[in-house]
Design a protein around this ligand. Sequence first.
Ligand code: PLP
Ligand code: COI
Length: 347
Amino acid sequence: MAQIDWKTLGFDAYRTRTVVVSHFKDGKWSTPESTETFSFTFDPFAQVFHYAISCFEGLKAFRQKDGRIAMFRPDQNAARLQRTADYLGMPCPSPEMFYQMCEACIRGNMEFLPPYGLGASMYLRPLLVGMHPQMQLVPYPEAVFAVMCAPVGSYYGAHLKSCAAVIPGNYDRAAPKGSGSYKIGANYANTFKPYKFAHEQGYAELLYLNSSTREFVDEFGSSNFFGIKGNKYITPLSDSVLPSITNKTLQQVAIDLGMEVEKRPVPLEELATFEEVGGCGTAVVITPLSHIDIKPVLEEAEVTRSFRFCPDGEVGPKSTALYKRIRAIQDGEFPDEHGWCRFVEAE
Ligand code: PLP
Ligand code: COI
């Protein structure tokens, strides 16, 4: 077992042992290879460097209470990768190949799989990048698909605690009819600069509005948005947000907990009416928000409005219940009634 302090893990590109790799060339995928060499060889003209032909997925594996290893909803990640690859005009591994490579990655990194009960998990990062050397703007069926992993705690720190977000008046995430709903690397590139300014000012997250009219809530830079009003779980319906698997899961969990679910456009004004607000995604599961500020210019001091939800550090009761249920299913402490866990045989 690796010497890791599982309780203090964050969300970092931890160097594990094995990466599983396959190449698509001449119309077929090579037999996946588990390698301990943490490097790829690329032609300098490769699509990925010049035109950002690159996409990825993120899913978690858990050591459950009874000792079994479960990947959480990998079928959803395999399907989303296919959708993204189609958008980029890239070849994509079949769902079966996707699972097999994820499983091989887990098996090749068993010493980095956190034990049950410490809140940590293994984050799997499947990555698909365009390899073909070219100058022209045309898709080409040549790619590398790799699955790597890292042991992670939670994205923002060891415990569920609320933090602040900012709506930046001078940055957008996704264009109308653009790439916002696909998990392409390029969608994240344009968040680095606003994240830097947001973090410097103590905001953990950026909340983006729909870029055409700026009247509706879209999503956070790294997670979907949900709001709680009474017994309702409300989440935006928008063509430019990433279809989050965690959000989909939370909607079902909310129903299971006797809540109502509304998926519809969420006007910015409605922020004033939510009792709880959070971000949701694989890395964080849930990030409860203490408050959201509107800043016309992120780099400047002026805050024109502040929406308050719960005191700094505290978490609302509905967010807590949703979080606990989803985590209990992932850890094998609550029955997996919807068949979300796919078990991995540790050879
Ligand atoms: N939205 C964005 C922009 C993300 O990067 C993520 C993270 O993957 C999500 C939403 C949440 O998606 P999921 O729950 O599938 O991880
Ligand atoms: C995830 O939640 O899985 C993510 O991919 C978030 C990451 C972009 C920071």
